[in-house]
Design a protein around this ligand. Structure first.
Ligand code: AMP
Length: 400
């Protein structure tokens, strides 16, 4: 069975075609700048690459590009579209409506649409992606939606209710939802496999550290708290996002600079974090290089990131009543061994001990344990694979 995984953004559409017999990626690619001008890149598992500038005015036209590439003689991986058994879509916001993956029907699409106010850019784009897929593939190919928020739906009320007047929860569903759930779910399950234990018996802290970052406390396979909130702005500092702040910082700067709510939103989401503090870049590699050459603000940005990670691990250890395993994943978590080292050495007071050599080697897609045998907590680096989770959920639902 071959499953197409789609991650539709407002002006982009990423895809992977996965062969579920061995879970190998047959082809993947990205349609970028949809509605602006258009750039399309497609590559196959056996190393063929096709790249072109092509105008795509909407997601349906992007889907046509994907379809043509998949069945192309030169760059294709299937003979015709009938080989695609199902399509799985990544959806950012499932709100309180969706606590697990579901098959798409009109009611589900309406549900995702009803959550657009909570994730205006993302959910609107996802709906476009689903409808475009229906147009190109027709209704014989089942579609499944997998939500970033779903894994976090087990959080208790005390972790998800904000201490603003309760009426805003009732009126507008203002609460903590959490994101990157598909990634946290994948690495927590994989961590249990690597530990050779039943996930029900493990207390875990999973650190998804990328351009966007979130940390999650997982007890017995269920999320009990997570750092992102109503939106992916909350929690630890990120590439261009602030993470948690004293809310007065927002009102004070807005007043001083005469900024509208929209301008403030841009400042907090796009101009802050690594970029805002270092003044150099949102990319950890650039900021690390600048810090190494003596740039104080770049070093400060790194110090803040490591301090934030440490604080979350400390508080989640308390919340979990101890911790058996810590997992690092995503671009920074999988590759920047220096941050893992700083954080883990700072945790030595609670018996965390890593093998520095192993830690340095565990980069670029390598998976494994970096803690020593006498460490009280096992520490893992696990490359995330959200597309595979989406494909597995899709297969499970269409073969039910
Ligand atoms: P993500 O959002 O998961 O793609 O992660 C993006 C972040 O990961 C950026 O800040 C990058 O600097 C960092 N990153 C990605 N790949 C690498 C790598 N090979 N080495 C170091 N950092 C990386």
């Amino acid at each position: 069975m071959k499953i197409l995984v789609i991650n539709a953004g407002s002006s982009s559409m990423k895809y992977q075609l996965i062969d579920m017999t061995d879970e190998s990626v047959l082809a993947k690619g990205n349609c970028e700048r949809i509605g602006i001008d258009g750039h399309f890149k497609h590559s196959t598992g056996d190393g063929r690459v096709f790249e072109t500038d092509v105008v795509m005015t909407n997601h349906t036209e992007a889907f046509v590009q994907i379809k043509n590439a998949l069945i192309s003689e030169e760059y294709g991986v299937i003979k015709n579209l009938d080989e695609v058994s199902a399509v799985g879509h990544r959806i950012v916001q499932g709100g309180s409506l969706f606590s697990e993956s579901v098959l798409v029907n009109e009611e589900v699409i309406k549900g995702i649409e009803s959550l657009i106010p909570l994730a205006p850019l993302h959910n609107a784009a996802h709906v476009q992606g689903i409808r475009a897929c229906l147009e190109v593939f027709g209704d014989k190919v089942p579609e499944v939606v997998v939500f970033d928020t779903a894994f976090h739906s087990t959080m208790p009320e005390k972790a998800f209710i904000y201490p603003v007047p309760y009426e805003y929860y009732e009126k507008y569903s203002v609460r903590r939802y959490g994101f990157h759930g598909t990634s946290h779910r994948y690495v927590s399950q994989r961590c249990a496999e690597l530990m050779g234990k039943d996930i029900k018996d493990i207390k875990m802290i999973t650190c998804h550290l990328g351009n966007g970052s979130s940390i999650t406390a997982v007890k017995g396979g269920k999320v009990i708290d997570t750092s992102m909130g109503l939106t992916p702005l909350d929690g630890i500092m990120m590439g261009t996002r602030t993470g948690s702040l004293d809310p007065s910082v927002v009102t004070f700067i807005a007043e001083q600079e005469h900024l509208s709510a929209e301008e403030m939103d841009t400042l907090l989401n796009k101009k802050s974090g690594f970029l805002g503090i270092s003044g150099i870049s949102s990319d950890d590699r650039d900021v690390t290089a600048a810090a190494e050459s003596g740039n104080h603000r770049a070093q400060l940005a790194i110090d803040i990131l490591e301090y934030d990670i440490l604080k979350y691990i400390g508080s989640y250890t308390a919340v979990l009543g101890g911790v058996d395993a810590i997992v690092f994943t995503a671009g920074i978590g999988e590759n920047q061994s220096s941050h893992r080292s700083s954080v883990c050495h700072a945790l030595s007071f609670m018996g965390v001990k890593i093998d520095d050599k192993l830690n340095e080697q565990m980069i670029r897609g390598k998976e494994g344990k970096i803690s020593t045998e006498d460490s009280t907590v096992e520490v893992y680096v696990i490359p995330t694979n959200e597309e595979l989770v989406i494909a597995r959920d899709t297969m499970a639902l269409v073969t039910k």
